[in-house]
Design a protein around this ligand. Structure first.
Ligand SMILES: Cc1cc2nc3c(=O)[nH]c(=O)nc-3n(C[C@H](O)[C@H](O)[C@H](O)COP(=O)(O)OP(=O)(O)OC[C@H]3O[C@@H](n4cnc5c(N)ncnc54)[C@H](O)[C@@H]3O)c2cc1C
Length: 388
């Protein structure tokens, strides 16, 4: 069983930017994630294919924006892990999760642990928050903490929040849309002429099926396929199209996305010079059940104005990309800023609490002195009496 002042559920961009700032301030923090590694929606995949060797690609965000100076500073500090594209977007190398691995340095991390329940023990002064996991069909206590942070998509936070908690109804305002993603390895003799700028190949807002196409194999430091010469083309489906097909078979989705890619072949040829042939050599398909948040749940519910929420009574806090939407931020940047703003709020709260306890200690000390002063007060009482 683990113990920390702050336990963070979720080691994506939001959870880890929060944990990093808390750790830097000397706060004991533990970050837990159900996946094998960090990154969340910045996750990448590395597969060993018999015919083509190692294929590595991002399944989540391939590139992202930075408008806020503190996020830009973080990207600058990440050095050669981050590259700026000519369209102003940024891309992490050799994969997007390089960003979360950077943030995770030195942080107490427990991966591969799915929290199934949380509980607040009101009458327990020390470490009132408990998290639980399932182990061989049995529920086990996994951690206890003073503060608990849910740094997950809102639907996953909803599943954990206790039934009668006010967050529960606030979450009614949010929907995180699903998204299918297929990565095709295609033969193409332009493979060695493409540059990093072609990562972000095309946006296709007019297509009802495809949202965006990126070229994964052009990312810096990517291991080139050992055999064969081709390009990894990542196709992100439109969220509404994905929503209507959430339970489809991966193979059916891959075929539909390939057909849709084939239809925009002229656009690809025109924009990046990519001339795909009639069949992919390899395909990997993934469903993100929660990909793109649609509403800033808590600000709409009138409960919070900021990028995070620090629960006033029970120290149950929220952060994540969805909280940035009301501020015109989105995606990776929103997640980062939500985490760092919650860190600041928590640090200030702790400082406030320790100042309060210093004040009350002083008051205690003064009160002892005031015992004497109190005597003087008696004199004031006398004055009062004199006033009568
Ligand atoms: C296909 C795709 C394309 C995208 N494209 C872009 C883009 O172009 N630009 C952009 O800015 N953004 C993009 N995004 C969005 C961006 O990736 C996310 O906004 C950002 O990574 C969210 O970070 P987060 O920390 O808020 O949440 P997440 O990354 O979702 O992290 C939450 C973590 O919580 C963990 N978790 C959940 N429940 C539990 C539990 N019960 N126990 C333990 N762990 C749990 C999850 O495993 C996950 O690691 C894209 C996302 C996807 C999927």
């Amino acid at each position: 069983m683990h113990q920390a002042e702050v336990v963070v559920i979720g080691a994506g961009m939001a959870g880890l930017s929060l944990a990093r700032d808390l750790m830097k301030s000397g706060i004991d923090v533990l970050c837990i994630d159900k996946s094998r590694g960090t990154g969340g929606r910045l996750a990448s995949k590395r597969v060993m294919n018999e015919a083509f060797g190692v294929l590595a690609f991002d399944l989540g965000a391939s590139s992202f924006q930075a408008t806020n100076h503190s996020f830009k500073n973080f990207l600058v500090e990440a050095g050669d892990k981050v590259h700026r594209l000519s369209n102003g977007e940024y891309v992490a190398a050799s994969r997007s999760s390089a960003l979360t691995r950077e943030l995770a340095t030195g942080i107490r991390l427990e991966c591969g642990q799915r929290i199934t329940r949380i509980e607040y023990l009101e009458d327990q002064a020390e470490y009132p928050w408990k998290t639980f996991i399932q182990n061989n069909g049995e529920e086990c206590l996994f951690s206890q903490s003073t503060y608990l942070v849910l740094a997950t998509p809102p639907e996953q936070a909803y599943a954990l929040v206790p039934q009668d908690h006010p967050y529960k109804s606030a979450f009614d305002y949010v929907e995180t849309l699903p998204q299918w993603v297929s990565v095709f390895y295609v033969a193409d003799d332009t493979f060695n002429t493409l540059g990093l700028d072609q990562v972000h190949a095309v946006n296709t807002p007019e297509s009802s099926v495809i949202k965006r196409v990126s070229l994964e194999s052009v990312k810096a430091d990517r291991t080139p396929p050992e055999h064969g010469q081709g390009v990894l083309v990542k196709v992100e489906a439109q969220p509404m199209w994905s929503k209507a097909r959430t339970d489809y078979d991966k193979e059916d989705i891959a075929q539909a996305l390939w057909r849709a890619l084939w239809e925009i072949k002229p656009v690809l040829k025109n924009e990046v010079g990519l001339d795909i042939l009639d069949q992919p050599l390899y395909c990997y398909t993934h469903r993100w059940l929660y990909s793109l948040p649609q509403q800033n749940v808590l600000s709409r519910a009138g409960q919070v104005k900021g990028l995070n929420h620090l629960g006033p009574q029970e120290n149950l806090c929220l952060c994540g990309d969805y909280l940035g939407m009301g501020r015109g931020l989105h995606g990776v940047e929103a997640a980062y800023l939500s985490g760092t703003s919650l860190a600041m709020a928590l640090i200030q709260t702790r400082q406030g609490l320790s100042q309060k306890s210093d004040v009350s200690k002083n008051q205690g000390a003064n009160n002892q002195g005031m015992g004497n002063k109190g005597m003087g007060n008696k004199g004031m009482g006398n004055k009062g009496m004199g006033n009568q």
